[in-house]
Design a protein around this ligand. Structure first.
Ligand code: DX5
Ligand code: ZN
Length: 246
């Protein structure tokens, strides 16, 4: 299946992932074209069920429709009460990475079990955690996932203010799991993205700071410059041309 796409997502790091929550759903094809020409390498899709979170967005038909417009990896953030029930339909629709919330499952063992089942579907798997949820609830389930999504707002709505508790979480995760992909979502803009990078974050989900701007290319390149001007304090080792790790 398409777990190889996970490598494309890894290769996009450090990268800006536009969140298709505030885009023009009346013209998705044009929105995707604009994002692609602005240099986007991965799209972030916010699926909300009106139950796990009060907001309601979209499901498989939109994922499938997007898949017809682009070959970009689709990073699907499941803000739904029963992630496993919709995992295979989402994979069939074209999702490449499925991230479910730790708050939607009973405990860390269930999370590990769900993660293993999703992996067997041939896609990448991530676990997300809200700012109010103790990191201890993750237990050892991070050993079974490809990515952890550290929420810097309470999941459910775009346009909220950044919660800096995410920065401490990212630093600690980066120390403990040097190779884990770490993603942040919520309130990421030119004021906050550098801090997240310095804490060790790899993937930056951005809604308002792109879709609230007239020119997506300008917005994305400014965010990318802020990332490259902010070295990660520590992170996965990189290998230079001589084969030396740094
Ligand atoms: C919120 C979603 C986000 C949202 C981010 O629950 O998961 O992906 O679109 O939007 P901003 O960047 O506006 O906080
Ligand atoms: Zn999201």
């Amino acid at each position: 299946m398409n777990r190889a796409v996970l490598d494309s997502i890894r290769n996009a790091a450090p990268g800006i992932l536009p969140s298709l929550l505030q885009c023009d759903f009346g013209n998705l094809q044009k929105e995707v074209e604009q994002l692609v020409s602005a240099g986007t390498e991965v799209l972030h899709l916010d699926v909300m069920d009106g139950h796990f979170v009060p907001n309601l967005t979209y499901g498989m038909p939109i994922v499938e429709g997007l898949r017809r417009h682009t070959d970009l990896p689709l990073d699907v953030h499941l803000m739904i009460s029963d992630p496993l029930a919709y995992a295979q339909p989402m994979v069939d629709a074209g999702a490449n990475l499925l991230t479910f919330h730790i708050e939607a499952v009973q405990n860390a063992d269930d999370a590990a079990d769900i993660a293993r089942k999703i992996r067997r579907m041939g896609v990448g798997v991530g676990v997300a955690i809200n700012p109010e949820t103790s990191m201890e609830t993750l237990g050892d389930c991070l050993d079974d996932v490809d990515l952890v999504l550290v929420m810097s707002v309470q999941a459910g709505f775009g346009g909220q203010s950044f919660n800096p508790t995410a920065l401490t979480r990212i630093s600690e995760l980066r120390q403990r799991y040097p190779d884990l992909l770490i993603e942040i979502d919520g309130g990421i803009n030119l004021d906050t993205i550098g801090q997240a990078r310095r804490a060790g974050c790899d993937l930056f989900v951005v809604g308002s700071a792109i879709f609230g701007q007239d020119d997506y290319a300008v917005a994305i390149s400014s965010l990318s410059e802020a990332v490259s001007g902010s070295e990660a304090v520590s992170g996965p080792a990189t290998i230079d041309d001589s084969g030396e790790a740094s």
